[in-house]
Design a binder for this molecule. Structure first.
Ligand code: UTP
Length: 297
């Protein structure tokens, strides 16, 4: 029987330079989408997919992230005293069970591949998920859950895939497709951030992965690639060379690139509009500013 995917790595050791000066003291993953930090969306998605062990690869200055998942006894006591049970419930959902969460340090931001490799001893010899919290995916069925269900049929390695316009290929890992099976593609190669004319397809890898432990062994041997960083893409591509399967999974849902300012703003508006308590005010405001903008043109 195939091993269940119960461990997930959350690489959160990046410098977050696109959000300076905010990220000088606030980790990007703690930045707030409506009223929850980005990392909470990633944790909820992992839980829905059956993940039981949460491994954070962190770095210097990310202490706020560790505190976020800790219990807050004084705050809880205060809320209890004031009878604010709804807020107590909100807080309770952010608490993590003792022992379910582990933190590993990446001492230098040497790239996503290196961050994943840092967690190798906690993964051991089982398949594992990787979630990049700055890719936020709004979906009826959470993206990782869709992938875990597909993975139970296929095994191998699986990456979330999304069509992007040709001029955007140079921002992503791009898939070279052997066979297109609809919501799944059989991958025969992967290229990290190719020039537009050199991209093998328009299918880009998005920040959700289910990987075999062999990928960690490949990472042992990988030297720095595109941008001088140790690329996870190269270690997954090495699986294909060793005759192991890699699939791209076309998830259903809308992905927001919350690692970029524009993507973060779009996600804020979209998640705000999806909230019953905010929808009316926010849409009235958006209609207002759009009509002022249209009149000005
Ligand atoms: P990004 O490419 O978005 O880099 O990393 P970044 O440092 O977070 O942000 P910018 O580009 O400087 O604004 C994608 C994911 O990989 C993690 C990041 O934390 C993010 O979740 N990462 C990246 C690491 O954990 N370690 C690294 O060395 C690089």
């Amino acid at each position: 029987m195939r091993n269940k995917v119960t461990k997930a790595i959350f690489p959160v050791a990046g410098l977050g330079t696109r959000f300076l000066p905010a990220t000088k003291s606030v980790p990007k993953e703690i930045m707030t989408l409506v009223d929850r930090p980005l990392i909470q969306y990633a944790i909820d998605e992992a839980r829905a997919a059956g993940i039981k062990e949460f491994i954070f690869v962190t770095s210097r200055g990310k202490g706020a992230l560790e505190d976020y998942f800790d219990h807050a006894p004084t705050l809880e006591q205060e809320l209890r005293k004031k009878g604010k049970n709804d807020l107590l419930e909100v807080l309770k959902n952010t608490n993590m069970e003792s022992g379910a969460i582990a933190y590993i340090r990446q001492h230098k931001a040497l790239g996503l591949g290196h961050a994943v490799w840092c967690a190798r001893r906690l993964i051991g010899d089982e398949p594992f998920a990787v979630i990049l919290p700055d890719d936020v995916i709004a979906a009826e069925k959470p993206c990782l859950q869709q992938m875990v269900e597909a993975y139970e049929e296929t095994g191998g390695n699986m990456v979330a895939a999304m069509e992007v316009p040709p001029e955007k290929a140079s921002s992503y890992g791009m898939l070279d497709i052997a066979e297109d099976m609809g919501n799944m593609v059989d991958v025969k190669g992967m290229v990290e951030k190719p020039e537009t004319s050199k991209s093998p397809s328009n299918l880009a890898v998005i920040g959700r992965y289910i990987l075999s432990p062999h990928v960690l062994k490949n990472l042992n041997k990988i030297k720095s690639g595109s941008g001088g960083e140790i690329q996870l893409t190269d270690a997954i591509a090495a699986e294909i060379e060793q005759n192991r399967k890699v699939y791209g999974y076309r998830f259903s849902g809308q992905r927001f690139d919350c690692g970029s300012k524009s993507g973060f703003l779009q996600a804020t508006v979209s998640f705000g509009l999806a909230r019953e308590d905010l929808r009316d005010d926010l849409s009235a405001y958006l209609r207002d500013i759009m009509s002022v903008d249209a009149a000005a043109q």
